[in-house]
Ligand binder design. Structure first.
Ligand code: TYD
Length: 225
C-alpha cells in the first residue's frame, strides 16, 4: 500500500510552528511532493467544531479530564477523516500540534493520571503515530512575548496562553523530556533567533528524514515527480 509521511510540529506558545509549517510546505510542494497541512485541535469538520469549545475556555470549568476527552475526540476524528487517508494515499502530512500537546498540556501541566492519558492517546491516535515530530524549543518568556505580539494589543490571550510563566516553563521541560525519551521520533529544533535560520534547521531535519524513511518504504506518491 502507498504510504506517505506524517510529521508533527510541537512546542510552546509563540515558537513559530505555523510559520515554519507554511514555509516547509511551500518548499516540499516546489519539489512536487503531495503535501497536506493541518492542525490541532481541529483539522476536520468534527474536530473544528470541538476546537472552539476548547480554546474559548468553555470546557475549562468542567476540569482537565473533560478537556482531555474533548481533545481526544477531536484527534480521533482528525486522524480518521484527514490524516490516515492522506498518508495512505502517499502524501506528506504536516500537522501543527498532535498527541504530544495532550501529553504536555493535559497530562503534565493538567496533572492527569498517566494511565488515563495513555488510554486516551491509544484510542485517539489508533496507531497513527507520527513518523517524525519536530519540537520547536524556545525560552518560555520569549515565546509568550512573541505570542502576545502576534495577537496584537486588543485581543485577549486564549485559554492556554493566559497561564503563568511557570506553567509554560514546565511545558517546555515536558516537551524536552518527550524528545529525550523518544529520540527516534523526535527532533528538537532551536527556535530562537531569526525565522530564516530556524527555517534552515527545520528544512535540514525534514529533508534528512525523508531521505532515510521514504526509500525504505518504496517511494511512491511522496516521491518528487
Ligand atoms: P492555537 O491557537 O492553535 O495555538 P498555537 O499556535 O499555540 O498552536 O491553540 C492551540 C492551543 O491548544 C495551545 O495553547 C495548546 C492547546 N492544546 C492542548 O492543550 N492540548 C492538545 O492536545 C492540543 C492539540 C492543543
Amino acid at each position: 500500500m502507498a504510504k506517505g509521511f506524517f510529521i508533527t510540529f510541537e512546542g510552546g506558545e509563540g515558537a513559530g510552528k505555523s510559520t515554519q509549517i507554511a514555509r516547509l510546505a511551500a518548499k516540499l510542494r516546489a519539489k512536487k511532493y503531495d503535501v497536506v497541512v493541518t492542525r490541532e485541535p481541529g483539522g476536520s469538520p468534527g474536530a473544528e467544531a470541538v476546537r472552539h469549545v476548547l480554546l474559548s475556555g468553555a470546557a475549562e470549568p468542567f476540569g482537565p479530564g473533560m478537556e482531555a476527552l474533548l481533545f481526544a475526540a477531536a484527534r480521533s476524528d482528525h486522524v480518521e477523516q484527514v490524516i490516515r487517508p492522506a498518508v495512505d494515499r502517499g502524501a506528506i502530512v504536516l500537522c501543527d500540534r498532535f498527541m504530544d500537546s495532550s501529553r504536555v498540556y493535559q497530562g503534565v501541566t493538567g496533572g492527569l493520571d498517566p494511565a488515563f492519558m495513555r488510554a486516551l492517546e491509544r484510542v485517539a491516535v489508533n496507531g497513527m503515530v507520527p513518523d517524525r515530530t519536530l519540537i520547536l524549543d524556545l525560552d518560555a518568556e520569549e515565546g509568550l512575548r512573541r505570542a502576545g505580539d502576534r495577537r496584537g494589543a486588543g485581543d485577549a490571550p486564549d485559554r492556554y496562553e493566559k497561564e503563568t510563566l511557570a506553567v509554560h516553563q514546565r511545558r517546555r521541560d515536558a516537551f524536552l523530556a518527550i524528545a529525550a525519551a523518544e529520540p527516534e521520533r523526535c527532533i528538537v529544533i532551536d527556535a530562537s533567533g531569526d525565522m530564516g535560520v530556524v527555517e534552515d534547521r527545520v528544512t535540514a531535519a525534514i529533508f534528512a528524514a525523508l531521505e532515510v524513511k521514504l526509500p525504505a518504504r518504496g517511494r511512491r506518491q511522496a516521491t518528487p515527480a
